[in-house]
Design a protein around this ligand. Structure first.
Ligand code: SF4
Length: 159
């Protein structure tokens, strides 16, 4: 999910307040991607890729940027979104993410998205879909909020 301009502005303007209040994840959250692909498949959505990321992914796939764009992306805001198959599967998902080391920021920051961190209930619900939640290294409150901030910055820059 990508936030709309108004919501992003609201979050960014209140970052200090957002950073200085208690959260259910004050003691951190464990997460390690299990590469299960749940977040790369399923319901269709926008997978935002900014222009810098496009060059890096194209290079990773040894493709010419213009061909890569034409084949895999469509214009979205100031950047692009990755095409999906009719069943909602990401174009780069083929039994696993084929661009994993260079996957877009939106994918890298999952599941630490604002909507999943709104409440313990939302996080628990997401843990029923994302098998990486509750495993692996502990992300501190500060690390989590930094991820949220970087995500919102990316979204803000996309307008
Ligand atoms: S749903 Fe979670 S564990 Fe599965 S690929 Fe996505 S981030 Fe990784």
């Amino acid at each position: 999910m990508l936030y709309n301009r108004k919501l992003t502005k609201l979050f960014r303007n209140n970052m200090d307040r957002l950073f200085n209040r208690p959260y259910f994840f004050d003691k951190g959250l464990r997460f390690e991607c299990q590469r299960c692909g749940t977040c790369c498949t399923g319901a269709p959505g926008t997978i935002y890729v900014d222009k810098n990321e496009v060059d890096l992914i194209a290079k990773y796939l040894s493709a010419r940027t213009s061909c890569f764009i034409e084949k895999n992306l469509y214009p979205f805001r100031t950047g692009y979104s990755i095409r999906e198959y009719t069943d909602g599967r990401c174009f780069f998902y083929n039994g696993g993410c084929t661009v994993y080391p260079l996957r877009p920021g939106q994918c890298k920051t999952f599941p630490f998205w604002v909507e999943n961190l709104r409440s313990p209930k939302k996080w628990r619900r997401m843990s029923g879909e994302c098998t990486g939640i509750g495993r692996g290294p502990l992300y501190s409150r500060e690390q989590i909020l930094e991820i949220v901030r970087s995500n919102l910055d990316t979204v803000a820059k996309s307008y």
